[in-house]
Write a protein that binds this ligand. Structure first.
Ligand code: ARG
Ligand code: ZN
Length: 890
């Protein structure tokens, strides 16, 4: 914690480290109140560095002893200011011995070494290692680690660290030890240790090369019935990385450990991944289909980091997306490949784009907007963002779209050939892609350096005389905090043309030689590089309906003036499933914006307004089309979220948006009542629960149908939901039923909520759902949330629990959060301030809720600003929170 103005770190100031570290030996005497750490570093001066002082970082550390080349360094031999330890005039070769002490039990930040339910865990990314010992804690310093853990044997029977277990034994007086050696050099942020009472599911796994490896999933006792899915996901990940990228596991042993107190999703520590329990524990009783999918993708994500992040790491934290964007792309492709079907891939793509639009587009348009490779930061933990991760993944995906799958693979191969064992930059990755394919990707760099979501306007013209069809694409990008004016991006725009029967036309682009291409293509990737470019298709026999930005080929906003009828046509016919979904969303968005304007003009909403549009018909057609994949139907029949609609308004009116969305859902519920009931009945999945894509899709559609039926809120609807709640054999169906009951006037509502709590009282992850569901319920207001905070099961100290109630309310219940009296904002300020004292990272995340305050009506804006100012002037603010609120108010 600090109250002075925090320092901004700039990318342009990067200099190589003055000293390299060859080996790190650490000895831990683990004690929850006071843990002593003895560290021995062998270091040598970097010949490239002109600066001679040896710089180490420490944070909240007690320095007990410091020895250099066998001699104690006295108080005059070093300076220690603001966590920077500088030893002046150190020789070229240095052996440094450092003794530090930390207090794991008091560490509520969950960075560095901390305890959770009595066990020890670490989190070192980005800068947590410096809370364990003084170290040149920066990713471009890579070293080999040997770690000895010592602890009480009965209290901490399991002692784990990175790499291989090389020795273990008893120390007498009830203590024991274990020595771990990591054969690979790594940056300090990948260090990890775990100690405590844990049990594991383990398996010997034979790699494609024939080598056998040990796989383990460690959990607290009582959770071994919840590890199978994580283990399956790990095996699938190992297999997939060899098949798709030729990358094999380089270790003899790979461990996953689940911990209930964790700031993020999971962490890719070398050979010892540490996970939030949310992304490990699953069985049908406690986990939903969404949880199962989340586990698969996060297990994949962390495993894939072993190559993209660990073997090749980042030169500095500005390059974070080098590993995160790439690894998100890899986990997205992994999940898509596991589903296997074409429609399954499209469903996955739509889900990923939904996240981008829901969270990243607002970020890119707000006060925290930053490029995929930022130029500056105050607190690096604030830059683990949807821009770095999800937009970063889109940027990586664009290479594949431009170069093709094979070209992308060639680029990956060259990347590893050049950089294995190194700490590199986003430019190095781009160079590998360009060089392996002999392509000029210099303009592509702008995706890394310019923030903001580009807009593309598409204008079409058909010339019947010469049978040409031209598409003019014009790009622009709104200003963002760092750049007012933007240069033109290099944007792949995938295009198809539909004939009057809805079939894809074969495409010939003027000036392009399609002669040697036997079968005509029906989707072409246009490369937009200028501000405006016209692409002319020849031999177009009739005026087509264009399908633009197929499969969402670039992270942009596409403006096309489609008529309602064209959208309905695309929704029914486009061979590109993404654009079929997109057409429906455009149609719905159009209605929602028009109705919001009507509500604001004090016009009553009536069903006539639904029928005016093509929306009801389009929904009916989708519901009745039995050839469609249920998972796709569910997405197509889900209206754009209130947050996504809000982003489309010049002045956000959360109450109008909410009223409209509820109105539309009710109207669609009654107009299509019979169809919803049919969908409900025909998508039941009787028998044993299985989280496979087909069953998941059916449950998704069935439960969406249930939620529409419940909008009718009559006794029949109540019975349907109550029945499902009572008879569910899995959490997906149970929580879906509970959630619609809670939003209804069903007589069994309160009893179901109470029953659910009792039934799952000892399953923390399920109790999180119980809080979250209530936080997002339509009639839950600020007072109700404050009441829920008094529940004995609530605590701010556990990030999952804090997120389940507070974040769910502030971010997931906009109509109530934006209460006109400003009580939601006051609640927000109270919680940011309270969390700041416990866990700055979690507090700073919550602080982001206010990002878009300038977009709201003046009356709300004033109250939001007041709440922001209250936080900004609170005492002892962490630099995490300070950076967020300062940028918000700027
Ligand atoms: N590298 C981790 C992942 O994406 C995220 C860890 C971030 N942790 C943090 N404290 N900022 O898998
Ligand atoms: Zn990651």
């Amino acid at each position: 914690m600090r109250t002075d103005t925090p320092l901004t770190i700039y990318r342009k100031d990067y200099t190589p480290p003055t000293y390299r570290v060859d080996t790190v030996e650490m000895g831990f005497d683990l004690d929850p109140d006071l843990t002593r750490v003895a560290t021995r570093l062998t270091m040598r001066r970097n010949p490239d560095s002109r600066n001679k002082s040896l710089v180490l970082f420490g944070d909240s550390l007690e320095l007990v002893q410091l020895r250099m080349n066998g001699k104690e360094v006295g108080k005059r031999g070093y300076t220690l200011t603001n966590g920077v330890l500088e030893i002046h005039n150190a020789p070229e070769q240095v052996t440094l011995e450092i003794e530090t002490a930390t207090h794991p039990n008091q560490n509520t930040s969950l960075m560095g070494l901390y305890t959770s339910n009595g066990n020890f865990f670490t989190q070192c990314e980005a800068e947590g290692f410096r809370k364990i010992t003084f170290f040149p804690d920066r990713p471009d310093v890579m070293a080999k680690y040997t770690v000895m853990l010592r602890a009480d044997k009965s209290r901490y029977p399991v002692l784990l660290s990175n790499g291989n277990l090389v020795e273990e034994g008893d120390l007498g007086d009830g203590r024991h030890y274990a020595v771990w050696e990591d054969p690979f050099k790594k940056p300090s942020y990948l260090f990890a240790l775990v100690a405590g009472q844990l049990v594991c599911q383990e398996e010997k796994y034979k790699l494609q090369s024939g080598r056998e490896v040990l796989l383990q999933v460690w959990v607290e006792e009582g959770n071994l019935d919840k590890t199978q899915h994580a283990m399956d996901s790990l095996e699938n990940s190992i297999r997939w990385d060899v098949e798709r990228f030729g990358l094999e596991l380089d270790l003899d042993r790979f461990m996953i450990v689940a911990v209930g107190d964790f700031n993020m999703g999971a962490m890719e520590n070398k050979g010892l991944n540490i996970f939030n329990t949310k992304y490990v524990l699953a069985n049908p009783r406690i986990a939903t289909d969404t949880d199962y999918a989340g586990i698969e993708s996060v297990v994949g994500h962390e495993y894939f980091h072993n190559w993209t992040g660990n073997r090749v790491t980042c030169r500095d934290w500005f390059q974070l997306s080098l590993k995160e964007g790439l690894t998100v792309f890899r986990d997205q492709e992994f999940s898509a490949d596991l589903i296997g079907t074409e429609s399954g891939r499209a469903v996955k793509r739509i889900e990923d784009v939904r996240v981008l639009r829901q969270a990243q587009f607002p970020e890119d348009a707000g006060p925290m907007a930053h490029p995929v490779r930022p130029d500056s930061y105050v607190e690096i933990n604030n830059f683990y963002t949807v821009t770095i991760y999800e937009k970063g993944s889109e940027v990586v995906r664009m290479y594949q779209t431009l170069l093709g799958r094979d070209g992308f693979r060639k680029g990956m191969d060259l990347y590893f050939q050049r950089h294995d064992g190194q700490a590199v930059t986003c430019d190095d990755f781009r160079a590998a892609m360009a060089d392996a394919n002999d392509r000029d990707l210099s303009q592509f760099e702008l995706w890394y350096s310019q923030a903001g979501t580009p807009h593309i306007k598409a204008d079409m013209q058909y010339d019947a005389g010469i049978r040409t069809y031209s598409i003019t694409l014009t790009q622009s990008c709104p200003p963002t905090p760092e750049h007012a004016k933007k240069q033109s991006f290099h944007i792949p725009v995938a295009v198809g043309l539909l004939d009057r029967n809805g079939r894809d036309m074969p495409l010939t682009l003027e000036g392009q030689d399609n002669a040697d291409n036997g079968s005509a293509q029906t989707t072409l990737v246009l490369e937009l590089k200028e501000q405006s470019q016209t692409f002319v298709f020849t031999s177009v026999a009739e005026p087509p309906v264009p399908s633009i930005l197929r499969n969402f080929s670039a992270p942009v906003v596409l403006d096309v003036e489609y008529a309602d009828a064209e959208l309905a046509f695309l929704m029914a016919n486009d061979s590109d499933a993404f654009n079929r979904w997109e057409a429906g969303q455009r149609l719905a968005m159009r209605r929602m914006l028009a109705l919001s304007a009507a509500v604001q003009g004090d016009h009553a909403l009536s069903n006539a307004q639904l029928d005016e549009g093509a929306l009801g018909n389009a929904f009916r057609a989708t519901l009745r089309d039995t050839t469609l994949d249920p998972a796709f139907c569910e997405l197509a029949l889900t209206l754009p979220s209130e947050t996504v609609v809000a982003e489309q308004m010049d002045v956000i009116d959360p109450h109008a948006i909410h009223a409209v969305r509820v109105f539309l859902r009710r109207a669609l519920a009654s107009t299509l009542k019979v169809d919803w009931l049919v969908a409900y009945q025909s998508n039941r999945t009787p028998g044993t629960y299985s989280p496979d894509p087909v069953s998941t899709g059916k449950r998704g559609l069935k439960n969406l149908a249930l939620s529409y039926v419940l909008e009718i809120d009559d006794a029949d609807a109540h019975r349907l939901a109550q029945n499902q709640y009572d008879n569910a054999n899995n959490m997906t169906d149970r929580i879906a039923a509970l959630s619609v009951l809670v939003n209804s006037t069903a007589p069994g509502r309160d009893a179901a909520l109470a029953h659910f709590f009792e039934e799952f009282e000892h399953e923390a992850l399920v109790i999180d759902k119980w809080f979250s569901l209530q936080a997002m319920a339509r009639n839950t207001d600020v007072a109700t949330v404050r009441e829920l905070m008094k529940h004995p099961a609530f605590t701010l100290k556990n990030p999952n629990r804090a997120r389940s109630l507070i974040f769910s309310f502030c971010n997931g219940n906009p109509a109530q959060f934006h209460a006109v009296d400003g009580s939601g904002y006051e609640f927000w300020a109270d919680q940011v301030i309270a969390l700041n004292a416990i866990n700055p990272q979690v507090a700073a995340r919550l602080a982001r809720t206010m990002d878009r305050w300038r977009k709201y009506a003046p009356a709300l804006q004033e109250k939001m600003r007041a709440a922001l100012l209250r936080v900004a002037s609170a005492g002892a603010l962490s630099k995490d929170v300070l950076e967020v609120v300062t940028k918000s108010l700027a």
